[in-house]
Design a binder for this molecule. Structure first.
Ligand code: 4AD
Ligand code: MG
Length: 480
């Protein structure tokens, strides 16, 4: 059997007592022809492999270069050196794959995140990205565990769809028709999508919600966790063209139930990472503190990463209506001194991320749930409130990130839903299947969407969303 190895993380948790083990991994550094720092991706802590002088041929030692892959068998003994509890005294060393140190793009030194983004195929081999992606994994696992414990059904909604769930129209087209001008045309000269693969025009999904509602009105509680796509030309540190979203949808839920679930959910997955990935989070906390030293005092976070996560766990999210938020913003000194790029024009305006961040970071200094937004700035499916102008929407805003969750109670009354759709020009005929849930046994229901990468950003403290997804897709960039 080839792969009879012990993971370095597991090994480092044992006591060094002369046991014989085999490890495999990649060389981080090789010092004095004697000490190999070996890493296998299970932890940022390297295993020190000791090569006794004179016991291995020079040809072999020359091949132990940065990022060469090795299989090492030896005995584990207490380390004589400082900085590690154990050494692996190598008995056999096999180079599984050579790595030309001259050509290998990463040096055993600090590289900028921008540089590493261009080397995204290799950046997992650095401590920062090792930690980020182990935490990302833990959060994904915790998400499934949370919903599984609550009896939710994991539903796989389609990636290719003919509907625009958010009604925002920022979609990537899916087609097999030729792009060279020879695509079949209608009499009016427009493309005849009846001739396309699906017999109609299709896109990559922006959200699994509408299909999720079909599931919730049968299973009671469902969630989706999949990729979503938005062709919005936003070059920011919080937008991706391809991102992952978790969308729970619950029958017999109102807006307050929805907010309660979202808050419990966010705290649960943070707690999971705090319990299972402490070492990685501490590494990331130190990294962030270092990074922030470059910033002017007033741009630095008031709390360290771990402190911030603990604070979120131990405090209730602030809940307030959109209307109250507008009042706070209007009355703020920030507004009076005209420090917002977009001024507070009054009730009905859409909040910009600078406004959201002001509320969260300056005013409340904790996560905020805003609810009851003006109908005009929200999607067609949100439940209309009695006041005739707001809908039962809620957004969760997180410090340093802004909007992390968007959700609502859904409009379950068929007449109200249809008249709203007609009002804003959404085809009632095309969404016949969606409206059937309102025709046959409609129920109050609600749901939300958590942007997974924004959540990973929040927990890891990474400032750019491109650094928490393996291979980011953003305007003008789809390398790897
Ligand atoms: O607020 P959004 O657009 O809501 C929906 O899609 C609803 N259908 C959700 C639901 O009720 N089931 O998106 C939800 C979340 C946002 O709060 C944000 O965290 C994330 O998805 N998000 C993005 N993340 C990265 N890049 C983008 N371009 C994003 N757009 C939205
Ligand atoms: Mg939103």
């Amino acid at each position: 059997m080839f792969n009879k190895r012990i993971r370095i993380k597991t090994l480092l948790a044992t006591e060094p007592a002369g046991q014989e083990v085999t490890v495999m991994g990649w060389v981080r550094t090789f010092r004095n022809n004697q000490f190999i720092a070996l890493n296998d991706g299970s932890t940022n802590n390297n295993l020190q492999v000791v090569v006794a002088l004179g016991t291995f041929p020079d040809e072999l030692l020359k091949r132990i270069t940065t990022s060469a892959s090795l299989k090492v068998t030896g005995t584990v003994v207490p380390s004589l050196g400082k900085g590690q509890k154990m050494d692996l005294n190598a008995a056999t060393i096999e180079v599984l794959g050579d790595s030309d140190a001259e050509l290998y793009p990463l040096q055993p030194k600090k590289h900028s995140l921008e540089f590493l983004r261009e080397k995204a195929h290799l950046r997992f081999r650095t401590n920062t990205f090792g930690s980020v992606f182990r935490v990302r994994h833990a959060l994904a696992f915790a998400i499934h565990q949370f919903f599984n414990e609550k009896g939710f059904v994991y539903m796989h909604t389609p990636i290719i769809t003919a509907s625009d769930a958010e009604g925002a129209g920022e979609m990537f087209r899916v087609t097999t028709l030729p792009l060279d001008g020879t695509a079949p045309k209608n009499e009016e000269g427009t493309i005849n999508f009846k001739e396309d693969f699906f017999g109609r025009s299709t896109n990559l999904t922006v959200s699994g919600q509408l299909e999720g509602e079909l599931g919730a009105t049968a299973f009671g509680d469902i969630y989706t966790f999949g990729p979503t796509f938005r062709a919005e030309n936003s070059n920011t540190t919080r937008h991706l063209a391809e991102f992952w979203m978790i969308e729970p949808e619950m029958a017999f839920y109102d807006l307050e139930d929805n907010m309660n679930l979202a808050e419990e959910f966010i705290k649960y997955i943070i707690r999971y990472a705090m319990e299972h990935n402490r070492e990685d989070l501490e590494f990331l906390a130190t990294r962030l503190a270092e990074e922030e030293k470059q910033l002017p005092q007033d741009k630095r976070s008031e709390m360290g990463l771990i402190e911030k996560l603990e604070f979120v766990l131990n405090n209730d999210f602030e809940r307030l209506t959109y209307t109250d938020a507008i009042d706070i913003l209007r009355e703020s000194n920030h507004n009076k001194k005209k420090k917002f790029q977009y001024g507070i024009t009054g009730w009905g305006m859409d909040l910009q991320s600078e406004h959201e961040r002001y509320l969260v970071e300056k005013h409340f200094k904790k996560p905020v749930i805003l609810y009851n937004y003006p109908a005009a700035i929200k999607a067609f499916y949100m439940r209309q409130n009695e006041d005739g102008k707001t809908v039962a929407a809620m957004d969760i805003l997180a410090p340093g990130i802004g909007e992390i969750v968007g959700g609502s109670q859904r409009e379950e009354r068929q007449d109200k839903l249809e008249s709203r759709m007609k009002e804003i020009g959404i085809s009632v005929d095309e969404l016949w299947w969606y409206l059937d849930t309102r025709r046959f046994g409609t129920v109050p229901h609600a749901g939300f969407g958590l942007g997974f990468e924004r959540m990973v950003q929040f927990v890891t403290g990474m400032t750019n969303i491109r650094d928490v997804i393996a291979f980011p897709r953003t305007p003008g960039s789809a390398e790897f």
